[in-house]
Design a protein around this ligand. Structure first.
Ligand SMILES: *Cc1c(COP(=O)(O)O)cnc(C)c1O
Length: 350
């Protein structure tokens, strides 16, 4: 979901953005004020995540999915890199990387086809020749989140699509952080890449094979305007970041996120009607996965929750069960409403 205030602003200025007489989706990305807005969006990200000077923020297209290709292409083509598999997204990133290098699977927490936990970083065998170690901080489908940034000696590359801006992070631990905008920063169409500047020095033997729109050095030099970007997604991201800043930034939203997750997990833990499946230390604060102890009631649960305004509680098709995504824009009141529904449904169907 998007913050209500952001939806309202998009609605209000739909026909005339910034008093231009044009909609944000009609303006050229080269128009001076629009280009300024694009740069301001990067600046807001820098402020909110305390991104140091030696990092570049660049905007890409193709979602996190295309970064699974462009990251190995740019940084490790034909070289060594390590991959940690903690759920479906990091598994997909690992599979994609195999097209460009021979990546090591440093850890995999798959247990008989399911994931209940994140792999313990203390047990990882890191080859110092790795260009990076890739992992996913929050497995959106399983509802598994690394509670802290793994402490290792080589730079991390992280898919943060579903928990970027949800909690404070130390950017200096990373060579690259990337995220599709649609979970915590707005709508689909924009992919954010935060990358250490020395990683932009591309002169490996394959670099001339990298498409222009995926060549990080080229995208950086052209200020993320190699071709027409998804202007609408950047515009919405700009509004979401301003909303977050006005709320008190990442430190403030982290407190709210902790509170939301605590409320919901506490309720689920204390009610026999429902069951959580992820190990406590690995539980995601963004995607709360659970199921009904009596799974034959699942269809009824989804029908009734949907008609009472609680949308999209069905778990991912590959995971089954139920999932409440409580991203930054979900207010505490939304979680309270869900708990009331859970309580009511349990009473009526017990
Ligand atoms: C949603 C998601 C993706 C897929 O993102 P696209 O933008 O659709 O490519 C990848 N990784 C994570 C962690 C996600 O949550």
């Amino acid at each position: 979901m998007l913050p209500f205030e952001v939806m309202q602003q998009v609605h209000n200025e739909w026909f005339s953005w910034n008093q231009s007489g044009l909609s944000a989706v009609e303006i050229s990305h080269r128009e001076k004020n629009f280009e300024a807005m694009i740069h301001q969006t990067k600046d807001l990200l820098r402020q909110l995540l305390a991104i140091p000077e030696n990092y570049q923020v660049i905007f890409l297209q193709g979602g996190a999915t295309l970064v699974w290709s462009s990251l190995p292409m740019n940084i490790a083509w034909g070289k060594k890199a390590g991959y940690v598999v903690s759920g479906m997204w990091s598994q997909k990133a690992f599979n994609e990387a195999k097209k460009y290098l021979n990546p090591d699977e440093v850890a995999n927490s798959n247990c008989n086809g399911f994931f209940y936990d994140y792999p313990n970083p203390a047990k990882w065998n890191i080859n110092p020749e790795y260009k990076y170690l890739h992992y996913c901080s929050n497995e959106t489908i399983q509802g598994i989140q690394f509670p802290t940034i793994p402490s290792i000696d080589i730079p991390l590359a992280c898919d943060m699509s579903s928990d970027i801006l949800s909690r404070k992070i130390d950017v200096t631990k990373f060579g690259a952080i990337y995220a599709g905008a649609q979970k915590n920063m707005g709508v689909a169409g924009l992919t954010v890449l935060i990358i250490r500047k020395d990683w932009l020095d591309l002169n490996h033997e394959k670099s001339n094979l990298i498409p222009r729109t995926l060549n990080y050095q080229n995208v950086s030099e052209q200020k993320s305007l190699v071709n027409t970007p998804c202007t609408f997604a950047i515009y919405v991201c700009n509004l979401v970041l301003k909303w977050l800043k006005s709320l008190g930034g990442v430190a403030e939203i982290e407190k709210i996120n902790n509170q939301k997750a605590m409320l919901l997990y506490d309720y689920l833990d204390n009610n026999d009607f429902y069951q959580t499946t992820i190990k406590k230390e690995a539980r995601s604060k963004m995607n709360v996965t659970f199921k009904l102890r009596n799974e034959s009631l699942q269809e009824k649960f989804i029908r009734e929750s949907d008609s009472s305004g609680l949308k999209q509680l069905k778990g991912h098709r590959l995971q089954g069960g139920l999932r409440a995504s409580i991203y930054n824009s979900m207010p505490i009141a939304g979680v309270e409403t869900l708990i009331d529904f859970l309580e009511d449904f349990a009473k009526k169907n017990n």
